[in-house]
Design a protein around this ligand. Structure first.
Ligand code: XMP
Ligand code: MG
Length: 183
């Protein structure tokens, strides 16, 4: 897809690359302090969290191992089904680890809610959540996420790892997808 065509698919930019980096640097300072004496494990949720993980881990001063999990709940739709399937499991046992789940976005919260309940059965010493974005008005379950980049409106967004039908993940800003693309 050509750059000019991508441009037409964007409604408006919500978070610029610079804003995201500045916020991640702040969050990294908090995490550095909170986990100074703890055995941290960053758990990224593929594929959306790839960008935030790559940027966040490089803002950290502490050395933080990472592992990845792949789940599916959306398919090619723009709404979460809440039915979660593990496509790729973690390589690391969670026993005794202070897990920090790194997510692109908390939308309905259904996926993360399922994941957190699932992780609790695996013996982690603690579980916290970092999400680059959160849609407070779209959440269907309450999730106690300690580290949040930006709260945004409930529109479907793309960029910074977020896709629509696997497109737009490489956009550097977070933008609202123009409705004509999916309606
Ligand atoms: P839920 O609704 O369960 O979201 O909190 C689960 C996952 O779905 C993806 N997601 C989005 N992807 N634009 C996207 O490109 C969005 O607005 C959006 N909302 C949710 C995302 O991977 C999230 O972790
Ligand atoms: Mg995700």
């Amino acid at each position: 897809m050509r750059a000019a065509d991508i441009e037409k698919d964007l409604d408006r930019v919500l978070v610029t690359e610079e804003q995201m980096q500045a916020r991640l640097a702040e969050l990294a300072k908090q995490v550095d302090a909170d986990y100074a004496d703890k055995d941290i494990l960053l758990v990224g949720v593929l594929k959306g969290a790839v960008m935030v993980m790559a940027d966040f881990v490089r803002h950290l001063q502490i050395d933080a191992p990472m592992d990845w999990m792949a789940v599916s709940s959306y398919g090619a739709s723009t709404k979460s089904s809440g039915v979660v399937q593990i496509r790729k499991d973690l390589d690391t046992p969670l026993e005794g680890k202070h897990v920090l789940v790194v997510e692109d976005i908390i939308d309905s919260g259904l996926t993360l809610n399922w994941l957190l309940e699932h992780f609790e059965t695996r013996g982690a010493a603690s579980i916290e959540v970092l999400a680059a974005l959160r849609k407070p008005d779209a959440m269907k379950v309450e999730i106690d996420a300690k580290y949040i980049g930006f709260d945004i409106p409930s529109d479907f967004v793309i960029g910074y790892g977020l896709d629509y039908a696997e497109r737009y993940r490489g956009l550097r800003d977070v933008a609202v997808l123009a409705p004509h693309v999916y309606s």
